[in-house]
Design a protein around this ligand. Structure first.
Ligand code: CP
Length: 317
């Protein structure tokens, strides 16, 4: 297995099966600090810089919280408008990263342009962690999700994943790539205008992922061990920021998971993951069912980033 020391985390396309389990092993080792709300000094000599060019609640703060839990230092920006990249100068990724690399030992970046973190990695002497790039990928989210599945189900192999939502979405791309490393079946459900691209499907097929496309959640939910749902009423991820308009659409029943549907057709032990934020595709009354695991997923988001930071900064090997 390749070392994580100094490594960029840009995509799950290049993650190997053993590497998933290595990350999850470190998660198990470090999670006790987060569970007990204690900090350790594992990264006391290291600094994280968060460069977020797009809004975030969870990813940025979970990554920063993870660094604090490990005793490290944190700086960064959450509003690019207050940097030279977001004003008159439109400073390039190259010039910006040439500065940021002097300020920290690892850079966590979210950007509205697909490939921006990979571009940053070309110019940075410190590791870049992709925290979501346009429609591209969201590797730390999906590592969090699969770690949650492993903890909740005891396995990832042998499970049927039902992925509902916009298949252009970065989480969907990353989970597709990730699942090629496991013996899983996958059902994909999306509105026609948000359907998987031919290129992505070709990549998944070339890695022998068994998947099918379905048009209504009712036709597949009874097979699902893991329900992985995302909004279909959502923002354009290629924009730096999208304000909510006066009119907001509603989610057709094809792409919704309700309490009633779970009761009528869901597996008794199915679990639901949602990276959040949600719209109306997952009504809040599902939260109190035994199927909901998205709050555990959110907690695991801190643990997962603790593990990644510890690995790429060489605090564990
Ligand atoms: N899950 C996720 O990426 O959430 P944020 O956009 O709030 O970071």
């Amino acid at each position: 297995m390749r070392s994580f020391l100094g490594r960029d985390i840009l995509s799950l396309k290049d993650f190997e099966r053993a590497e998933f389990f290595r990350v999850f092993e470190i998660c198990d080792r470090l999670r006790t600090f987060a569970e007990n709300r204690r900090n350790t000094d594992l990264l006391k000599d290291k600094t994280l810089l968060t460069a977020f060019y797009q809004p975030s609640t969870r990813t940025r703060m979970a990554t920063e919280a993870a660094m604090h839990r490990l005793g490290g230092h944190v700086l960064g920006f959450a509003d690019p408008k207050m940097t030279r990249a977001g004003d008159f100068y439109q400073e390039s990724i190259k010039d910006t990263v040439h500065m940021l690399e002097y300020y920290a030992d690892v850079i966590a970046m979210r950007h509205f342009q697909q490939g921006a973190p990979a571009e940053a990695a070309k110019w940075s002497s410190v590791p870049i962690i992709n925290c979501g790039d346009g429609w591209g990928e969201h590797p730390t989210q999906v590592l969090t999700d699969l770690y949650t599945v492993l903890r909740e189900k005891g396995t990832i192999d042998g499970l049927h994943f039902l992925c509902i939502g916009d298949m252009r979405m970065r989480t969907m791309h990353s989970i597709g790539y990730a699942l090629t490393n496991f013996d899983c079946e996958v059902s994909l459900i999306s509105p026609p205008e948000m359907s998987p691209t031919d290129e992505w499907k070709k990549e998944l097929r070339s890695q022998n992922l068994r998947f099918r496309e379905v048009d209504h959640v009712e036709k597949a939910i009874s097979d699902a061990d893991v329900i992985y749902i995302e909004p279909v009423v959502q923002a354009d991820y290629t924009q730096s920021r999208v304000e909510r308009g006066k009119k907001v659409g509603t989610t057709p029943s094809n792409y919704k998971v309700t309490r009633e549907l779970l009761l009528k057709k869901g597996k008794s032990d199915a679990i639901i993951l949602h990276s959040l934020p949600r719209m109306d595709e997952l009504p809040p009354d599902v939260d109190s069912t035994r199927h909901a695991r998205y709050w555990e997923e959110a907690f695991n988001g801190v643990v997962l980033r603790m593990a990644l930071l510890a690995l790429v900064l060489g605090a564990v090997e």
